[in-house]
Structures are given as C-alpha cells and as structure tokens.
Design a protein. Structure first.
Length: 334
C-alpha cells in the first residue's frame, strides 16, 4: 500500500452470541467507523449463523455501512473449521484491508487460524488501534509480560488483522434510522466436512459476563488469604450489587472461576468505583483497571503500587475491612 492509496473496507466479525452482555463487536464497529473516517474506507460486519436478521439490523444501527451475511441452518452453532473456511473464502473473494475480531475465547481461537491461512500477521489482544501517515493500521498490544506496549504494523501482507480486548473502545449508541447495505451470500457447497462433531451445547449460567460494563467491581488478590475468605468478598460484592474480579494468583489457587480474571490475560474493566482488596498492583493487573474512575484499595503494605494508584488507600487487613463492610451493609439493609 502506498501513501496515497485509500483503504477500502474494514471488516468486523459479528459475534452476536450473548449479544446483550458481550458488546465487543459493537465496540469494534465504533472504532472501525473512526478508522474509516481517517482513510475513506467503509465498515462492514460479517455475520454467520441462522435467522440472524435481528443482529444484522443491530450492526447497521451501530455503525456498519454494509453487512455480509451467510444465513443457513448449518451455521446455527459455531463450528470452528466451517467458520474459518467460510471466512477465508470471503477474504479471498473480497480482499478486505483490515479485519477486527474481539479478543474473546472465540476470537482467540478463530482469528489465528484465519491469519495462518491468509499468511498474514495478527496482533493479539490489542488495546489500541490507529492509522499512521502511510494509511497503515497501528495495532497497540501489550508485550513482554505487559511491561511495554508494542506498536505493531503489517506493512505488506493483507488483510491487516487484530483481536481487540473487550472494553477497549466505547460502542456508538444505536441509531435505528441508519441504513446500510445487506449482502446475503449462499453457503458454498464445497466446504470440507467438519472434523469436530458437536455433541451437545447448552447456555452457560456463568456470572462475570457483565464485569466489563459493571459500575461497581470488587476485586480481590492473594492478600485475601484463602478460598473461604475470598468467598466473603463475593458476599460483599453481592450486597453492593457489584461484580467480582480477581488477580491471577487467585485464579491459579482456584478460589474463583477464571472468567473473573482482571488483567492482561483476562478482562479490562472501567467501573465508576473499584474496590481492590489485598492486591499488590502488578502492571499486568493494573493495565486493565486504568479506566476505573475511583479506586479504594485495602492493603496491609502502604508501599504496594496499588495503594499509590488508589484514590483512597486503606492500610489494614483486607479481611477485617471486608467483614466490617458486610456487617455495616447488612445493618443498613435490615
Ligand atoms: C505474562 C503475564 C501475564 C499476567 N497476567 C495477569 C493478569 O491478567 N492479571 C493479574 O492479576 N495478574 C497477571 N499476571 C501476574 C502479575 O504479574 C502478578 O503476579 C499478580 O497480579 C499479583 O497478584 P496479587 O496482587 O493478588 O498477589 P501479590 O502480588 O502476591 O500481592 C498480594 C498483596 O496482598 C497484600 N496483602 C497480603 N496479606 C494481606 C492482608 N491480610 N490484608 C491486606 N493486604 C494483604 C500484600 O501486601 C500484597 O500487596 C501476569 C503475569 C505475567 C508474567
């Protein structure tokens, strides 16, 4: 691509499963629109599935100029090989310049396979996207254990591909007056047979699906001391109608499910109030909480980096503070 060449199309893969909780596709559409304004490109959502008209409409309302749809009963459930094969065929036929996919469990499985097949680069888990003066996408991703943010470009290969962490960008409010082009494509009949057979699927009842959007988050670290004590923190979160998050040692110790992980390897959050209990404040964790508006940290070590980052730093035993808060909240609720 030369300096004056214009990008033509930015694709956002539409992961509509769990639409009301998982907003990453909408966040990517929003950033796609901003990138497109810098380059004159159009923004296109790609949707595979069955009876997906509702989501097609949502993507147009949230900024897509065009939606490519393959709607077929065979695509009702996500099938990795089939979805990858379809996407590769579409890319080969239509040559998009940029493809953005959410860095969810699904995206982390889907995107690298496409990049490998297209022999192009992929920046995983990006926390920023921009366009440089040469019209090339700059993909900002944590590197070296999160200690540096690397700016990565894909100067020669196409498409330029990135997975982006949920919560990195803000979705544009919907506008149901918007119109866009809907291109319905047939399911090709020459797709290789799926080698993985889906035996059964059921909707997850897990919590943590709204943590990225939560207004109040209670986050606990190794300083909580034990699984039993960590459960108290979950009780505190429930009393405040807050979501509960955790650091990596807590996940590794199996005190809570891995979906609660906040940090470079987990989720980004941006609550109005964040309570941080027994957390030292390693960069791999704090990188994901930098958009929290107000932080209250409890740590027995006043020099812990988390305390320097907090708006209110309480030097105390985390369990004692947690227990006192539970007692006080229960007293007020009664
Ligand atoms: C590639 C890579 C990716 C990573 N990704 C992540 C990630 O996504 N998320 C993440 O969290 N980490 C991640 N980590 C790990 C990270 O570097 C830290 O090790 C981790 O965040 C530390 O968790 P912690 O604060 O709970 O534990 P610690 O660092 O052990 O801190 C415990 C804190 O609790 C305090 N404390 C102890 N007892 C009490 C008490 N009774 N009352 C009050 N305070 C007390 C201590 O003073 C200390 O500050 C990653 C590391 C690497 C290398």
């Amino acid at each position: 691509m030369t300096m004056n060449e214009q990008l033509t199309e930015i694709w956002v893969f539409g992961d509509y499963r769990n639409y009301f909780q998982n907003r990453v596709t909408l966040q990517l559409l929003s950033r796609g629109v901003e990138l497109a304004q810098k380059t004159g490109a159009t923004v296109c959502a790609v949707v595979f599935g069955h009876e997906v008209d509702e989501w097609v409409g949502e993507y147009i309302a949230h900024g897509a100029d065009r939606v490519l749809v393959i709607d077929h009963p065979e695509l009702k459930q996500y099938k990795m090989e089939t979805y990858v094969n379809l996407m590769v065929q579409l890319i080969e036929d239509l040559n998009p310049d940029i493809i953005l996919i959410g860095a969810t469990n699904f995206g982390r499985e889907f995107a690298p396979r496409i990049a490998k097949r297209m022999q192009t680069g992929l920046s995983a888990d990006c926390v920023g996207l921009d366009i440089n003066e040469d019209g090339i996408m700059v993909q900002t991703a944590p590197s070296f254990g999160g200690n540096v943010l690397a700016e990565i470009i894909t100067p020669e290969c196409r498409p330029q591909m990135a997975t982006i962490r949920p919560g990195t960008f803000q979705e544009i409010p919907h506008n149901y007056e918007r119109t866009g082009e809907v291109v319905k494509l047939e399911l090709p009949d020459n797709l290789p047979e799926e080698r993985v057979k889906l035996v059964q699927s059921e909707r997850s009842t897990q919590r943590f699906q709204r943590i990225e959007e939560a207004k109040v988050v209670v986050c606990g670290g190794r300083g909580m001391g034990s699984k039993k004590k960590f459960r108290k923190l979950a009780e505190l979160a429930a009393l405040m109608n807050a979501e509960i998050g955790a650091t990596r040692p807590v996940i590794y110790a199996n005190w809570i499910e891995s979906e609660a992980l906040i940090g470079q390897a987990g989720k980004n959050i941006k609550p109005k109030v964040l309570f941080s209990f027994g957390i030292s404040g390693a960069i791999q964790h704090t990188a994901a909480i930098k958009n929290a508006e107000f932080i209250i940290a409890v740590n027995k070590n006043p020099k812990a980096p988390m305390m320097a980052m907090a708006d209110i730093a309480i030097v105390a035993d985390a369990n004692q503070v947690c227990t006192a808060m539970i007692k006080e909240l229960k007293r007020r609720i009664r």
